[in-house]
Design a protein around this ligand. Sequence first.
Ligand code: GAL
Length: 331
Amino acid sequence: MKKLLSVLLAVLMVFALVGCSKKEEGGEAADTVKIGVAIYQFDDNFMTLYRQNIQKYFDDLNAKGGTQYEITIVDGKNDVAEQTEQVNTFISQGVDAMIVNLVQTSSPALAQAVEDSGIPTVFINREIADYKYGTKTCYVGADARDSGTYQGQIIFDQPNHGDLNGDGVVKYIMIMGDPENSDAKFRTEYSIKYLTDNGVAVECLYQETGMWDQAKGQELVASALNAYGDDIEVVFCNNDGMALGAAQAINAAGRTVGTDIYLVGVDALTECCEMVKAGTMTGTVLNDDQGQATAACESVLQLLAGNEITTKVNYVPYVMVTAENADQYIK
Ligand code: GAL
């Protein structure tokens, strides 16, 4: 009798164990990883490509089977209060990890809330100056100084180093991104620095912020062309979105890129690479949306695996794009 009982007990235990592991295999908690992605603004050409790449990275992983990643991407609408609420919602829902593209980098308040939550998080695209990342956070972006330097170099490489009318001074206008953002600051500074470091005399006729936006870029360049006319030799735009707007304004004013004016941007949007190839834009700089998105997703996986990212600030390189290599970046 005793023997029978112990055999029965053993059989029951085996059943219980099998039952448990079955539950874990099929259960939500064990197999679905929830990732919250907060983008500063959906209505941004470059960040649209970026978030599509993030989605695709995890879609591809999900298609392989195994752990499934549930990605929720939200639009901060360039509004600090809206984004703060979105990130706090991710935190209170207890997502497993986050990718955060901050609206505001001049204040570390939201980043601090993320740190305090202890949720593994990768910050992307907008660097917080002098920020000390914790053990579960890091940053993926690009060194904006380089993108500015390449823009300056593209102009320096033109006949007369950009001085189209040969009067000894390169007269330019600068269309800036959001001035709160280090990309805008560094591109504005380093594009001109390259020229002056190489002995080129420059004069800024006009500098305004177009907030990374095509329509605003068009408006600003149209009004600058109206005010300064043929004096403008170079149009520097902190990104390609605004350069697309600038190109429209340049055409409308009857000016011709490559002949009587130069135009440069940053991002290497396909549309702009086609223009660079055709000569209707002087050059751009590859801001590697795919490379950065991949690095960000890989960092998330590392953090989820419990590994600390030792390179707290991970810069993906920019590439100078001119008529010679533009073909390579047309997607
Ligand atoms: C820059 C990019 C811009 C804009 C901005 C948003 O890196 O060149 O087009 O997307 O990020 O922060």
